[in-house]
Design a protein around this ligand. Sequence first.
Ligand code: CA
Length: 318
Amino acid sequence: MVNAETPIVIAHRGASGYLPEHTLAAKALAHGMGAEYLEQDVVLTKDDQPIVLHDIHLDTVSNVAEVFPDRRRVDGRYYAIDFTLAEVQQLRASERVDAKTKKPVFPKRFPPRTSHFTIPTLAEELELIQGLNKSSGREAGIYTEIKAPAWHRGEGKDISKIVLEVLDRYGYCQRSDAAYVQCFEVVETKRIRQELNCQLRLVQLLGKNDWKEVDFDFARQELTKAISEIAEYAEGIGPRMDDVIRGRQKNGDLIVTSLVEVAHQHGLVVHPYTLRADALPDYTASFDELVKLFFVDAKVDGFFTDFPDMALQARRQN
Ligand code: CA
């Protein structure tokens, strides 16, 4: 059985509850707060440079529309892959806004378009984390997501190969290293293990459509089959938090799906996403309780959160 150790806190896009996501400032804050792992989503530029960015688009987290107004595609969006690294480095990163309304996605967070942030390369981020590991004497791990590999391939780029080469260059290459690699695409996660021979721990991310509206407790066979297939090439799964805890029964009892139990039976760790203090699910009124429900009741091995400090504090209390 896995899960014997203390469950981990993964800083989702850094301490993104406090600073614009995926900026070096957000990563430094998360490191200082004590998060065990720092997440970095990675996409490629036109000149094949891996940068830390959640979307294939630049416009919701930067001023690209002002700096390069003519460079949008016909759908009105600005794609990182259409810009060289030198161009990306001219942009200012900012708190996320909605693509259509241009309003902040999380209104209580860091004010958009203030202070000065940039979009880092993957190498810059790894250097920051390793530098802080050295200067603080505490090692935080990395948790790298390879974004949209099929889409990148359609644009003529093998993002997985490029990202793994950078991780390798910075010393992340073995299973025992403080690193996870995550991806939503099943075919690509398998390829990362089997064809690209990555020895780092792999996490298969699972989105809303992967499980349809399957009720795990009534579809145990189907779930077991799916999980056993993932266990052949990965060390863990990253499900939506709603696929771990469904809510509450009328009598108030928590509805925990059998996902964690089945995953543990197959030796997989479970790291759901994303616990947010400013977007609580309706079955709890407090972030502290939410942390307890996931760690104690649902028995997950860790989770992604925008608020690593609060998660660590709640973990200490439980
Ligand atoms: Ca991610």
